[in-house]
Design a protein around this ligand. Structure first.
Ligand code: SF4
Ligand code: SF4
Ligand code: SF4
Length: 376
């Protein structure tokens, strides 16, 4: 099972100003940033799976494992245990959105088997934090919760669970693979094994080529968000809505734009999901909170820092998503070139003509100075 990166989906490919490091933080150094893009050793597999659950845009995936397929197979089955021994390569592939969706989709409580993870290890903490966040968010509108099993008692598999269990061979393959990956560095003896080890340690060199540019521009809503939408649609609305602290919700946000905004258009053109948008005249900024994946790109690219996170997230958005207008602009035609531009007061001249005018004055002054020097 190999780790894959679809570079075109990474927000770092969208803009060199992106500072996203969610995959790096989740994997404790197994993923690193090189020349602006994430990279990892070619032999990397399930041991870095936490980046799959961490990436806001689903740029990372594991070969031979589809999270969406896992989700629907799990919900349709009667199994209510998510375990590395049973049905998932690593619990860390599950994002907070997947965890909330699993809890909402199942009548019975879903249990996560954490027995395979060393308590207090980086991976254990990553998974535990996600479960805590999912349960915290669930508690704001539902009485469903996820449970974790960490008491070292291997849960007994029911007949059905046994049926859907991977073959011993597959499990043993995975274990062998992990063991091999861990030991290859130090104890390779044969040339072939050595070559394989070298290749496994070699870093991928990701590049952005022309074929990718259209994919980068395309708006893409991750599958995990579509699943969450669907589950929330089937969840009864709570009696009242809450406002959760912004820092307690990692995967969605609400925003505002302050008066320093120049309508440079970058944030809404660049937003990977279309959460930020405008109209044909570019005279406003719209925002759909439930399309936002909190990738932070709009903040990273906004030079004046005009777009900001709202301190609270209203849970009403989960059940009654809205499109809010964050800013409106006065679009006028430039008196010089006739092109439309965002009028911010003063002369009715667009920024481009103003720059050209300044340059012309500068050149004119220089020319005069030179002529004056020549006349002396
Ligand atoms: S968008 Fe995903 S792949 Fe790119 S840096 Fe962020 S977490 Fe990593
Ligand atoms: S919020 Fe920032 S990036 Fe977006 S249009 Fe305004 S100035 Fe540009
Ligand atoms: S609104 Fe900003 S944080 Fe949300 S998805 Fe778009 S670019 Fe990312």
């Amino acid at each position: 099972m190999r780790l894959n990166l679809d570079v075109a989906l990474c927000v770092r490919a969208t803009s060199k100003l992106s500072e996203c490091t969610k995959c790096v933080a989740a994997t404790d150094g197994k993923i690193r940033i090189d020349e602006q893009l994430p990279t990892f050793a070619k032999g990397t597999g399930v041991e870095a799976a936490a980046c799959v659950g961490a990436c806001p845009t689903e740029a990372f995936s594991l070969s031979d494992f589809s999270l969406t397929e896992f989700f629907f197979t799990f919900v349709e089955s009667k199994v209510r245990l998510v375990s590395r021994k049973l049905n998932i390569p690593c619990l860390s592939v599950l994002s907070v959105e997947h965890l909330i969706s699993l809890a909402l989709a199942c009548e019975e409580t879903v249990t996560l088997d954490l027995n395979d993870y060393e308590e207090g290890s980086h991976l254990f903490n990553v998974i535990e934090e996600r479960v805590d966040e999912a349960n915290f968010i669930l508690s704001s509108f539902s009485d469903k919760r996820l449970e974790v099993n960490i008491d070292n008692e291997v849960p007994v598999a029911s007949e059905e669970q046994r049926d859907s269990k991977e073959s011993e061979e597959e499990v043993s393959d995975r274990r062998n693979f992990l063991r091999n990956t861990a030991s290859l560095k130090g104890v390779v003896k044969h040339k072939k094994a050595f070559d394989e080890a070298v290749e496994a340690d070699e870093l991928y060199e990701f590049e952005i080529d022309e074929a990718m540019t259209q994919k980068i521009r395309d708006k893409h809503l991750p599958d995990k968000r579509k699943i969450l939408f669907t589950m929330l649609k089937h969840t009864p609305k709570p009696d009242h809505y809450e406002v959760l602290a912004e820092e307690d919700v990692s995967f969605v946000s609400q925003k505002f734009v302050d008066e320093s905004c120049t309508n440079c258009q970058i944030c809404y053109r660049i937003c990977p999901t279309g959460a930020l948008s405008s109209n044909k005249k570019f005279s406003l900024i719209h925002f759909d909170a439930m399309l936002c994946v909190k990738c932070h790109l709009c903040h990273d690219v906004c030079e004046p820092g005009s777009i900001q996170l709202q301190p609270g997230f209203e849970t009403k958005e989960f059940f009654e998503p809205t499109q809010r207008t964050l800013a409106t602009f006065n679009i006028k035609r430039c008196n010089e070139c006739g092109n439309p531009f965002t009028y911010l007061g003063g002369e009715q001249t667009c920024p481009r003509c103003l720059i050209e005018e300044e340059e012309a004055i500068f050149l004119h002054k220089n020319a005069k100075k030179l002529m004056g020097d020549d006349n002396e």
